[in-house]
Ligand binder design. Structure first.
Ligand SMILES: Cc1ncc(COP(=O)(O)O)c(C=O)c1O
Length: 381
């Protein structure tokens, strides 16, 4: 058995990353400034979008986007229940109601066919999730959203570098990325919105910082003009230059980090082909580039619960994650939901899934340790 604990995720931090952040510290300008702008511009170029607004988290970014929808009580937003709770929580907090879409049983993503029957005249947005690093099937979702004139907001928290049919996620439409440390790309904490609508980008920039005029920044002294006017009440979700410097440095290695994840994922897939009790997700059937933010498996062994299996792995010094417990099963949402929900794929997965360790600095020996621990845990060792 391995002697040290293997976490399920760990950020990849190099000396270059440390030097980039240190340089910002030495510059004495550590909040939002030149680095943040440079990061937004490089990210925009990388995903080929019209523009980008960097924020403190994907949650903050989603909050800003929901604010632009002018939600009224009783409005509905369609999103999978198999997502991180941040999205349904924000939907609730803005006064709307989450309407749960089911997901494909094996790629864990929702689709136009699953979303369409849920649309009503109160639907204000559709929020699909690009799951675990694979892109959702965007073309039919976009077509549906366009036909019904409903905004489509892509939750791209797992999808930095992911590609859908030759187009980087974020290149068209509205997408929100997360740079939380467990993601495949990090700024410590952070997030970013891409959009192909200049008016929306301008409004998000205003909302990101107290609702102050977007040209309130004096580029000569690189300070905000003290006379800047509030255009509408806003929030405080600006990304610091410290975080942006880490992002800029990480962008240089994004392809390398994602390629390493892909190699590790392929090793897992090969090994797990001989372990029928653990069923990995299926890759999407549409052309794509997967960035393997997570390696999710479903435990299928009568008499052994997922939670017990996680405990056994821990006993073998192997960490694991849980992405996700279906949102509609959380206390708050369970008590609120009164309709009969057909979320059979979501519920089947929510009870069985777990995420195995996957991060660029993992070694082949670490992977072998995981496989050994899996085998031992399955037989109760
Ligand atoms: C699917 C999904 N959406 C949104 C978020 C929120 O991201 P952040 O932590 O940057 O707010 C996460 C974070 O884990 C996520 O997994």
């Amino acid at each position: 058995m391995r002697l040290t604990f293997l976490p399920f995720s760990q950020p990849s931090i190099t000396e270059e990353d440390i030097a980039a952040v240190t340089a910002v510290l030495r510059s004495k300008w550590i909040t939002t400034g030149r680095k943040c702008l440079e990061f937004e511009n490089k990210f925009t170029a990388r995903v080929d979008s019209l523009g980008a607004v960097a924020v403190t988290s994907a949650t903050g970014g989603m909050h800003l986007l929901l604010k632009t929808l002018n939600i009224n009580p009783g409005d509905e937003i369609i999103t999978p229940s198999l997502t991180w709770v941040s999205t349904p929580n924000l939907i609730e907090l803005t006064g709307a109601k989450p309407v749960w879409a089911d997901v494909d049983r094996d790629n864990l993503m929702t689709s136009a066919e699953m979303v369409e029957p849920l649309i009503t005249d109160r639907t204000r947005a559709i929020i699909p999730v690009h799951f675990a690093g694979a892109p959702a099937d965007l073309d039919p979702l976009r077509k549906l959203a366009h036909k019904k004139n409903i905004p489509l907001i892509e939750d791209a928290a797992h999808a930095v570098g992911s590609v859908y049919r030759d187009h980087p996620v974020g290149s068209t439409g509205i997408a929100v990325f997360s740079f939380h440390p467990i993601k495949n790309f990090t700024t410590g904490e952070g997030g970013l919105i891409t959009a192909d609508d200049q008016e929306l980008l301008d409004r998000l920039r205003v909302l990101r910082f107290h609702g102050l005029e977007k040209d309130a920044f004096d580029h000569k002294v690189w300070e905000r003009r003290p006379q800047a006017q509030v255009l509408e009440p806003g929030y405080k979700y600006n990304l610091t230059d410290l975080a942006a410097a880490l992002g800029l440095s990480q962008l240089n290695r994004l392809d390398e980090m994602n390629a390493r994840r892909r190699t590790l994922a392929e090793f897992y897939l090969k090994q797990l082909a001989e372990i029928p009790e653990l069923k990995p997700l299926s890759p999407p059937t549409w052309p794509h580039l997967h960035v393997w933010h997570l390696f999710v498996v479903r435990l299928i062994k009568p008499g052994l619960s997922r939670n017990e299996f996680i405990e056994r792995l821990k006993h073998h010094n192997i960490g694991s994650g849980l992405h996700f417990l279906a949102a509609h099963t959380h206390n708050w949402y369970r008590q609120k939901e009164t309709r009969h929900l057909d979320l059979s794929n979501t519920e089947w997965n929510s009870e069985r899934l777990l995420s195995l360790p996957l991060f660029p600095d993992m070694t082949e020996d670490d992977l072998k340790d995981v496989i050994e621990a899996i085998k031992a845990s399955l037989i109760g060792d």
